[in-house]
Design a protein around this ligand. Structure first.
Ligand code: KG4
Ligand code: ZN
Length: 355
């Protein structure tokens, strides 16, 4: 079964082709350099870039795979949550392909796709605890099967990636700055007392990262620390050499973020005793300190850990194609009335089940 995946929910444009679970071809185009000029994603520009890039990526996938859109059985498309204008570009392309080819249309929940794509590397043993850490979301799910998921906790304000990126902006690092904080952090040991681990003194599984960002802002003001010039493509070794406090600051921030996640995930695992797999996914799951901390936790509690390779953590179209394939296999498809769902709104389970 051939499934084409289309991802346009934020600032990455992606197209991937899967034959069953095998990646035949994939292309991803990042808009980072465009949005970094503005310190964050500009929705209107993102939509226009998706519109420009999507046909080029689709053609590149067709050429590389020697498989035309006409031969594809399913067209899977990220239908939300995301930027509505950006989602509409992907949906328009997907619906056009479906009209032209007669393939099945499958709308995919971008968040669940982040979690499920790890199965391309290792089967998830259910029940699993799914931890999704991305630029727009920080959520803990109880997963009884691929599509039977229950939300246990979520962020009340900033998502982890958002907190990383806003902190990087305070430091005058380019957008999206999570990876630069991570790279700088690798050059130093953390001071575990420098920043708080926020919102732990409660019994719930929710998060609140905005306080940590404010703590960083206050620290920078008090010590008059932040880079004087924003270099759009900084050399990390040079930055660290010229700014001796920077890597310690990043290592300490990184540690507070990872340790906050550790505490809440440990709490969730101690409550959900039947969990067999701890699954951590989303862009921030690329973070080295977070990966180490989750490995430590999994060892401590003797639970199987799945951490997808970094290229599957950040936004990509493989995860959309794979989730669409799983759905289509079970007969879950959409008709052309499929709608995009912006961030903050629940994603309905509105498939036409032909199985
Ligand atoms: O999952 P993703 O690619 O897009 C969303 O669905 O949001 O996640 C992007 C987020 C950004 O905030 C980015 O800064 C963050 O993931 N990120 C990182 C790292 N790599 C990407 N944050 C911390 N450390 C990293 N190594
Ligand atoms: Zn994402």
């Amino acid at each position: 079964m051939l499934t084409l995946g289309i991802e346009t929910s934020c600032d990455e444009t992606g197209v991937a082709l899967l034959e069953n679970e095998r990646i035949v071809s994939q292309r991803i185009a990042s808009q980072e350099s465009l949005h970094s000029l503005f310190g964050g994603v500009v929705p209107e520009l993102a939509s226009r870039e998706h519109l420009r890039l999507l046909p080029l990526l689709l053609e590149a996938v067709e050429v590389e795979s020697q498989i035309s859109c006409n031969e594809v059985h399913n067209i899977a498309v990220a239908r939300g949550p995301g930027l509505l204008g950006s989602l509409l570009v992907g949906l328009g392309m997907a619906k056009g392909c479906v009209l032209g080819t007669g393939a099945n249309l499958v709308g995919v929940n971008h968040l669940i796709a982040h979690l499920l794509v790890s199965q391309l590397e290792e089967r998830i043993k259910f029940p699993a605890l799914g931890v999704l850490v991305s630029g727009g979301h920080t959520q803990i799910y109880m997963m009884h099967s691929c599509f039977d998921t229950r939300l246990l906790g979520r962020t009340l304000d900033d998502a982890m990636g958002e907190a990383f990126d806003k902190t990087a902006k305070l430091l005058n690092l380019p957008y999206p700055g999570g990876k630069y904080i991570d790279e700088l952090a690798a050059l130093s040991k953390p001071d575990k007392t420098m920043f708080p681990c926020p919102y732990l003194d409660n019994q719930n599984l929710d998060f609140s990262f905005s306080g940590l960002k404010t703590a960083m802002s206050n620290f920078l003001k008090k010590n008059n620390l932040s880079l004087s010039v924003l270099d759009p493509s900084p050399d990390i070794q040079t930055l660290a050499r010229e700014n001796p406090d920077l890597s310690k600051l990043c290592a300490s921030f990184n540690w507070s973020m990872a340790n906050t996640l550790y505490t809440k995930v440990k709490r969730a695992l101690s409550r959900e005793k039947e969990v067999q797999t701890l699954l951590v996914a989303g862009g921030v799951a690329s973070n080295s300190c977070l990966r180490e901390t989750m490995q430590q936790l999994a060892q401590e509690l003797a639970v199987n850990l799945i951490l997808p390779r970094r290229s599957l953590c950040t936004d990509n179209a493989v995860m959309i194609a794979y989730t669409g394939y799983l759905l289509a296999q079970q007969g879950y498809t959409h008709d052309l009335s499929l709608e995009g769902i912006p961030r903050g709104k629940p994603i309905p389970w509105d498939y036409n089940n032909s199985a």
